[in-house]
Ligand binder design. Structure first.
Ligand code: DOR
Ligand code: ZN
Length: 351
């Protein structure tokens, strides 16, 4: 039986949702991660520093682990002001501003459609070194859904990066070889998050042998060749611009198993187990720590976590569902047996 200790991981892209759902998402997150970057696509979205501070209090009311630290991104919206950006920069819990192109995904209706209308904000963010976090897909409905990320990189991201060359950027939840190659050609202040599900799965898991809504997310799972390019990026040493953001995005079961099902894979309970299995199978377990626990902290210029996580090769069965306040959420891989477990190793200290 194999086991390893790694510095406690962080999740640099998570949807904790709000209200009663926090009673489920927060304990699951803090059982695995030292820090998370909570996404702002609530209803209404987190558009002001005060709304972030209020949300932070609601999250902290559900924590048990005093080490657990939630961070946030503001929601880039049409009413964003320079004052809000300045204030965000001074708030220790806000790490960036998230741009959802309007219509790209869940609760993106408040997003900015045409970023060129807001170049003065990007110039200020560049000056403040306040990262822009991007859902990188074009929203033009005539563009094939599998091509929306490459098209975004070519038509939106490349010109934007050239115009604001010092702006820190995180291209979130990348899914394609195009994204991998773009990041690899960029300097260190440009990075990408990668999810466990885009590393472990491809569109066959979603579509072959029956439509499986639990695997439906945005950006949608791509073909295997793209999946392998992501695996290669995170399993090659020195690729410090790639780090874990699970994009765990719970929706209630009735909203997922629906004639117009919501996008989002609920992966917090399984993400680290899936990653341990994947890295182990690829003889790359020694690279897991950089991807989950080091690269992201370095990008956001935060210290590494002092706690450790022990990953042990031991079977467990993923719960069929989680229930909270009358709501039912089905995790990815519900009912399946996974080969790795984890728990916080309190007695190991970082030298
Ligand atoms: O699959 C997704 N779900 N992708 C996103 O970008 C948003 C997320 C959500 O909030 O449900
Ligand atoms: Zn997300």
């Amino acid at each position: 039986m194999y086991s390893i200790n790694i510095i406690q991981p962080d999740d640099w892209h998570i949807h904790l949702r709000d209200e009663n759902t926090l009673k489920m998402t927060v304990p699951l997150a803090e059982a695995a991660f030292g820090r998370v970057l909570a996404m702002p696509n609530l209803t209404p979205p987190l558009t002001t520093v005060q709304s972030v501070l209020d949300y932070r209090s609601r999250i902290l009311a559900n924590t048990r682990n005093p080490h657990f630290t939630p961070y946030f991104a503001l929601y880039f919206n049409e009413q964003l002001t320079a004052d809000t950006l300045q204030e965000a920069k001074t708030c220790p819990w806000i790490l960036g501003v998230k741009w959802y192109p309007r219509g790209a995904t869940t609760h993106s209706d408040w997003g900015v459609e045409d970023i060129s209308q807001h170049f003065e904000h990007l110039a200020l963010m560049e000056e403040l070194k306040l990262p822009l976090l991007i859902h990188g897909e074009v929203t033009d409905s005539t563009v094939d859904i599998f091509e929306r990320e490459p098209r975004f990189i070519e038509t939106v991201l490349m010109p934007l990066q050239q115009r604001f060359p010092k702006l820190p950027i995180v291209l979130e939840h990348i899914t394609t070889l195009d994204a991998v190659q773009w990041i690899q050609n960029m300097p260190a202040h440009i990075a990408a998050t990668v999810t466990a599900h885009h590393l472990a799965f491809n569109r066959n898991h979603l579509l072959a042998g029956g439509l499986k809504p639990d695997y439906y997310c945005l950006p949608v799972l791509k073909q295997a060749a793209h999946q392998y390019s992501l695996q290669q990026a995170v399993m090659t040493s020195g690729q410090t611009q790639f780090f874990l953001g699970t994009d765990s995005a719970p929706h209630t079961r009735d909203k997922k198993y629906n004639s117009c099902g919501c996008a989002g894979c609920f992966t917090t309970p399984v993400a680290l187990a899936l990653l341990a299995e994947l890295f182990f199978e690829n003889q790359a377990l020694s690279l897991l720590e950089a991807f989950c626990s080091i690269n992201g902290a370095r990008f956001y210029q935060l210290p590494l976590n002092t706690q450790h996580l022990r990953l042990t090769q031991q079977d467990w069965v993923v719960p069929e569902h989680y229930q909270i306040s009358g709501l039912t959420f089905v995790p990815l891989l519900a009912g399946q047996t996974l080969a790795w477990q984890y728990h916080i190793a309190e007695n190991v200290h970082h030298e």
